[in-house]
Design a binder for this molecule. Sequence first.
Ligand code: IDP
Ligand code: MG
Length: 156
Amino acid sequence: MAVERTLILLKPDALQRGLCGEVLSRLEKRGLQIAGLKMIQLDKAKCDEHYAHLVSKPFYPKLAAFMTSAPVVALVAEGVDAVNVLRAMCGPTNARTALPGTIRGDYSLSTQYNIIHASDSLETAHKEVARFFKKEELHAWKRAMDAFTAADDEKK
Ligand code: IDP
Ligand code: MG
C-alpha cells in the first residue's frame, strides 16, 4: 500500500463550534502525518471550483454561503492509504447516518453542516491538494519516535 496525501478542510462549522483541535487531534492520534496546514477564507469562485460537481444542485447557494461564511482550516494529511482512511474516519455525507466513532457521527446531525471535507479518490486528492497548497507549503518529514528523549537534557 502506498503513502498518499489527501486534502482535508475543517469547515466553518468546525471553527464556529470550536472543534478544530479535536478533529485535528483525531487525525494525529490515528497516525496520520500533517504535511501542510493553514487557514483559508474561501471566496465564491474557489468554492464553485471546489464543489463544481454540486453547483447546479438546489442546495448549492446555501452550501456556498456556508462555506464562505468563516475561514476553513485546510490541511494535507499523509499516510498509507490516506484517502480511504480519511473518508472512513469522516463517515457518510449525511451525518445522521454516520456511525458513532466517525467524525461526522460524533459531531454532527446535518448533511450540510458536517464538519469536515476529505478528498474522495486519489485522483481528486491530487487536484485538491494542488488547489489549496503551493509546493513550498507542503513538508516531507520523518516520524522519529525516539528523537525527543531526555538524553539531550543531561548534557552539561
Ligand atoms: P462529501 O463531503 O461527503 O464528499 P459531497 O456529495 O461531495 O459529499 O458534497 C459536498 C458537501 O456538500 C457535503 O459535505 C455537504 O456539506 C454538502 N451537501 C451535499 N449534499 C447535500 C444536500 O443534499 N443538502 C445540503 N448540503 C449537501
Ligand atoms: Mg465530496
